[in-house]
Design a protein around this ligand. Structure first.
Ligand code: MEV
Length: 431
């Protein structure tokens, strides 16, 4: 099916019932019959898979999974699975993606290929000697690690590529040495293998240098592999472009705003990480550390005017895997991967960057025009209604009343919902 037809096929998708949405996804070949049945059954019930992942299992915590539509990334159409509990994220992503595809484009790239493992030697007696010995032997250590530990990766075109020595100044005047082991994990996230490589090297380093290794662990600040997305909006009112540029500058200058800006970016990224069974804590940690790389916490996105165009960029370490672990074993994760037709870790990382940047654009556009309340609260009314304790038959009335209050006061809260429900029940008792 052509991309144009795919876009057409998703017109009015949000108005469909859940069954109709599933029908559509199955008709379009985005879900198999088995995937559809899995979703209709309500996902995993039997905890045997959960037992494989974690300890002391007592059940599953279920969060809603939706799909964001309208995304065209690097000229290809995508339907994006998002597992998230927050109202309006999926709607905002789809709406902004539509605006972008009608008025501009999204392109992405991955810069670099290596992740980082760290080996710490808390107190080295003679740093210069240590450094010289490591430099002398590093080629051998790289080859040995590839032969003994990372051979699977080497077969797939990856493996250990570099060992760097860093010196950290201690407050007590002594010297801490840190080795950075660089490794291309290909399509794995690579955490287990890089940790194994570092631990494997430990005794070799100690034997060679006579120094003591303190600990080995990967770093989540992967500045050696950065994913970049760019959105160019060609058709935009200059006033709106300027407002978005200023809002973005705010997040560049001010860490208080940068934190919220980046939270909005991660609203687009985390739900895909969860839907694909990836380690979202690792990505979050990497994103926030990278956001602080010049000593101040800043936004990971930037929007600037370029002539009549508005150009946005996102750059961040978005390290994910597409083979192994939950991504392969969890049926919801594997159907999510199939839905996006993702074949490599880089492909998935590029989608994350594109959706994160689009989500950020949607937030800045709303914040600098109608404000966040309008869109967010309209969609949040149902949550408030349920939160107030409304029963199925009471929901339409409470929702309608809350919509009226929102239109009038531009604001709405749980206490409004509780009050409306109380009034409804009182009037029904009287009647
Ligand atoms: C809310 O989940 C996300 C926003 O706060 C992001 C932002 O302020 O840019 C709307």
């Amino acid at each position: 099916m052509s991309d144009q037809n795919l876009q057409e096929a998703f017109k009015g998708f949000s108005k469909l019932s859940k069954e109709q949405r599933l029908d559509k996804l199955e008709q379009l070949g985005l879900l198999s019959k088995e995937d559809r049945e899995f979703l209709v059954r309500g996902g995993l019930k039997d905890t045997s898979l959960g037992e494989k992942f974690i300890e002391n299992v007592i059940g599953y915590f279920q969060i809603p999974m939706g799909v964001a539509t309208n995304f065209r990334i690097d000229g290809k159409d995508y339907v994006i699975p998002m597992a998230v509990e927050e109202t309006s994220i999926v709607a905002a992503a789809s709406k902004t993606a539509k605006w972008v595809r009608e008025n501009g484009s999204i392109t992405t790239e991955v810069l670099g290929s290596e992740i980082i493992g760290q080996i710490q030697l808390a107190k080295v007696k003679d740093f210069k000697k240590f450094e010289a010995l490591i430099h002398e032997k590093k080629k051998y250590f790289i080859e040995l690690s590839n032969q003994e530990v990372a051979f699977g990766l080497v077969r797939r075109g990856g493996g250990v590529t570099e060992i760097l020595v860093r010196e950290l100044r201690r407050e007590d005047g002594l010297c801490m040495a840190v080795l950075h082991v660089h490794m291309n994990p290909v399509d794995a996230m690579g955490a287990n293998i890089i940790n194994q490589v570092c631990e494997f090297l430990k005794s070799h380093i100690e034997d060679l240098t006579g120094e003591k290794v303190t600990m080995c662990i990967l770093s989540n600040l992967v500045d050696t592999k950065i994913t970049r997305a760019q959105v160019v909006i060609e058709k935009i009112e200059s006033d709106l472009a300027e407002k978005i540029e200023e809002a973005s500058y705010f997040a560049y200058l001010d860490p208080y705003r940068a934190a919220t800006n980046n939270k909005g970016v991660l609203n687009g990224i985390d739900p895909i990480l969860i839907a694909t069974g990836n380690d979202w804590r690792a990505v979050e940690a990497g994103v926030h550390a990278y956001a602080s790389r010049d000593g101040q916490y800043r936004s990971i996105t930037r929007w600037k005017r370029d002539g009549k165009f508005l150009v946005g960029t996102l750059e961040a370490p978005l390290i994910v895997g597409t083979v192994g672990g939950v991504t392969t074993l969890h049926p919801a994760a594997s159907l999510s991967m199939k839905m996006m037709d993702v074949h490599s870790a880089n492909d998935l990382s590029r989608i994350l960057a594109a959706v994160g940047l689009t989500q950020n654009l949607g937030a800045l556009k709303a914040l600098t025009t109608v404000g966040i309340i309008e869109g967010h609260m309209k969609l949040h009314i149902k949550n408030l209604t349920l939160g107030a304790g409304a029963e199925e038959k009471e929901i339409p009335f409470v929702v309608k009343k809350l919509e009226e209050i929102l239109a009038l006061k531009k604001r709405i809260s749980l206490s409004n919902a509780i009050e409306v429900l109380k009034e409804l029940r009182t009037s029904q008792q009287k009647g």
